[in-house]
Design a binder for this molecule. Structure first.
Ligand code: AMP
Length: 123
């Protein structure tokens, strides 16, 4: 696993060095709006801990962090009106590493919704 770079932009957001459009926050998780939205709803869900990627978070986060993260995904999907219960739906994406074209090396899950999104990848 690459070493965590504490100068990455999401680390700086977590330290309050860069402003962000926060949607909600818990003990272990922050949700804010993507600065370049690709759908009417485009959220970024990030753990507050220093995890590089989804595989790092999944392997090394505590149970409390893992549960908090996933429960927060459920809460914001409901609050933003994109949940299954709202009759909508969304896409959760975690670009990971070089092949996944991950730009920011702090684990984040994109929550995209608010319209029908089309197929996941071009054929
Ligand atoms: P990824 O390519 O999965 O690493 O996605 C990184 C995402 O972070 C992109 O969708 C960017 O638009 C978003 N992003 C970068 N800087 C900021 C920022 N300061 N505030 C909110 N979103 C950002």
């Amino acid at each position: 696993m690459p070493e965590y770079d504490d100068q990455n932009i999401f680390a700086r957001i977590l330290r309050g060095e860069i402003p962000n459009d926060t949607v909600t926050e818990t003990e272990h998780t922050l949700v804010f709006r993507d600065i370049r939205p690709q759908a009417p709803v485009h959220l970024l869900v990030i753990p507050k801990g220093p995890y590089v990627s989804l595989d790092d978070f999944a392997a090394n986060a505590s149970d409390a962090e893992l549960v908090d993260f996933m429960r927060t995904v459920a809460k914001v999907s409901r609050d933003e009106g994109v949940s299954i219960d709202a009759g909508a739906g969304f896409r959760a994406v975690a670009n990971t590493g070089e092949h996944g074209v991950q730009e920011v090396p702090h684990f984040h899950m994109h929550i995209l919704g608010g319209r029908v999104l089309g197929r996941m990848l071009p054929e």
